[in-house]
Ligand binder design. Structure first.
Ligand code: DX5
Ligand code: ZN
Length: 246
């Protein structure tokens, strides 16, 4: 990237920079959950060289989901390794207490789940107030109406297409109906700027259906990292994502 472009991007708030990903949709976003943790620096270098535009970081607390992953020190270590936007997906019971520490660690967006919290509104407000993009997520059994009141406070909606907690699960088609409904709601509410993200079981077979249903950002874990050539993988998945829009 030209120095001038990077320089001007650094002047943007992290929220504005994340929202600019909307100019690159459909966007394939690798989920670091499936990368080689034994060599995070090399993985980040390979992802940058492949042309990844942002990185998805799955934060799990062993309570909201039955698995444990990354905390703030890993987010901060990633921040030192790359200028790419870091998209933190908080699968935790009590996100409010983690918002500020993750912002301090340097992430660019924070997505919370609607299921474990009484009222997502103040948390989404806090996320934006701290200068990063806000996201609201819903699990496959959660009806789309539940997040409707929070769309105005959200820069992104993350539609889960598996129950969160683990990579490598099978895509649940209920996500497609939700994406279509959200795309229509966004159009009616004049919120075409809202980013629709889908996460879980996205692979060569399912990615096209996701973009056709209205997804802007396709999070891909195992179907990305199970291949050696990240550049070719990104290209192939991006092509498949785009094809179904033609
Ligand atoms: C699952 C995570 C996903 C996960 C997706 O709870 O939120 O981001 O990495 O992995 P795949 O693409 O393998 O389903
Ligand atoms: Zn995720």
């Amino acid at each position: 990237m030209a120095r001038g472009v990077l320089g001007s991007m650094k002047c943007l708030s992290r929220r504005a920079r994340f929202r600019q990903l909307g100019n690159s949709v459909p966007l394939v976003m690798p989920s670091l959950l499936a990368c080689d943790f034994g060599n995070l620096e090399r993985e980040v270098e390979r992802l940058e060289a492949a042309g990844a535009e942002a990185l998805h970081l799955d934060v799990m607390d062993g309570h909201f989901v039955p698995n444990l992953t990354f905390g703030m020190p890993i987010a901060a270590a990633l921040r030192r390794l790359t200028d790419l936007p870091i998209d933190a997906h908080l699968m935790v019971t009590n996100p409010v207490e983690l918002v500020e520490p993750f912002v301090d660690a340097g992430v660019d967006s924070i997505t919370i789940h609607v299921e474990p919290v009484d009222d997502p509104a103040p948390i989404l407000t806090k996320i934006r107030k701290l200068g990063v993009a806000s996201g609201i997520s819903l699990n496959p059994p959660t009806p789309v109406d539940v997040i409707q009141p929070y769309l105005d406070l959200s820069d992104m909606v993350l539609v889960m297409s598996v129950m969160p907690g683990f990579g490598g699960q099978v895509f649940e088609p209920v996500a497609l109906a939700k994406l279509r409904s959200l795309r229509e709601q966004a159009r009616q509410a004049d919120r075409e700027d809202i980013l629709l993200q889908v996460d879980g079981g996205v692979n060569d077979e399912t990615i096209g259906n996701c973009t056709a249903a209205g997804a802007d950002i396709l999070v891909v874990g195992s179907a990305f990292f199970s291949h050696k050539d990240y550049g070719r993988r990104l290209e192939k998945l991006s092509q498949l994502a785009l094809q179904s829009l033609a």
